[in-house]
Write a protein that binds this ligand. Structure first.
Ligand code: ZN
Length: 306
């Protein structure tokens, strides 16, 4: 996240979607590096990841593993000293799930001329939700996190032409709205980014039809971007990843939505391969999971959510 992004976002919300992610995320060479990276999902890491994903319900406060504690403190200090308006920004993913009571409604922005079947759309929704669950599994049962399941649902699709959506579109709202640059987007009247006060009176379906984030899929794109507004990745990349258990660029961008930083210009002591260090890992590592927990630990206390 650029250190100036939160304040800028707050000021221009409703005008244009800005990225939390650093511009490096959009550079495809950043992500292709992952092919050369050592397997980040070593068996020992997976084992410890599973263990750490099952914290005691009674675990409260901040108690990271001793081998990660110093690096986590470095990251937290770096965020605190480089983000502007760190506490004052009120549209982190955390603020969104607090407002919805533990749900994320998603709009798919289909910036593509390709058709997509009903079955493929169902897959897009389920794979997207599964990626978020990989993050949230670090939170369920941890340090008074109030939700045992965060429902992630695709509620709308934005397309250039409704005929691109094959089969039944029951259960979703189809939009042909565009942003200022002509890319499909769901109605601004229904979007959290544009209505951070939670007032969706101008949304035809009201609050129940609102969306919190967009999954923006763009033809010919090989980079990524992420922020409070959602995540943007390549359409071909995501559709080609529907059979993968880890969609690593999407995982990285989802981390930005929940406030996690980029690591293009420094690395915490002893940490090299993790999902928020773009192109260095294909899975959420223990270090990533504990960075997410650090945010919950800090922000929930500041916001009075404990
Ligand atoms: Zn990034």
């Amino acid at each position: 996240m650029r250190c100036t992004a939160p304040l800028t976002l707050a000021l221009v919300a409703g005008v244009t979607a800005l990225d939390f992610s650093q511009s490096h995320d959009t550079n495809s060479s950043v992500w292709s590096a992952v092919a050369k990276a050592p397997a980040s999902a070593s068996s020992s890491q997976l084992l410890s990841s599973r263990l750490w994903n099952r914290p005691s319900k009674r675990q409260t406060g901040w108690s990271p593993p001793s081998n990660l504690a110093n690096a986590l403190q470095e990251v937290w200090n770096h965020c605190m000293s480089t983000y502007s308006n760190f506490w004052g920004f009120k549209n982190y993913g955390w603020d969104q799930i607090h407002a919805t009571g533990g749900k994320i409604n998603v709009c798919v922005r289909w910036e593509s001329s390709a058709t997509i079947t009903e079955a493929q759309r169902a897959q897009v929704a389920s794979v997207y939700a599964a990626q978020y669950q990989k993050w949230f599994s670090w939170l369920y049962g941890y340090d008074n996190f109030p939700y045992s399941k965060i429902d992630v649902n695709v509620v709308g699709w934005a397309v250039r032409d409704k005929s691109l959506l094959q089969g039944s579109t029951a259960g979703i709202t189809v939009y042909t709205d565009t942003d200022s640059e002509g890319a499909p987007q769901c109605s601004e009247a229904c979007g959290r980014f544009f209505h951070q006060d939670g007032n969706y009176n101008s949304c035809p379906g009201g609050a129940s039809a609102h969306y919190d984030q967009s999954l923006w899929l763009t033809d010919g794109w090989s980079g990524g971007a992420g922020g409070d507004w959602g995540q943007r990745i390549g359409r071909e990349y995501f559709i080609g990843s529907l059979g993968s258990s880890n969609v690593h660029i999407l995982l990285h961008e989802m981390g930005h939505t929940f406030g996690l930083d980029d690591f293009y210009d420094w690395l915490p002591t002893g940490q090299t391969n993790f999902i928020m260090n773009a192109g260095s890992a294909t899975v959420i590592t223990d270090f990533d999971g504990w960075m997410l927990r650090n945010w919950w630990n800090g922000l929930s206390r500041y916001r009075g959510w404990q």
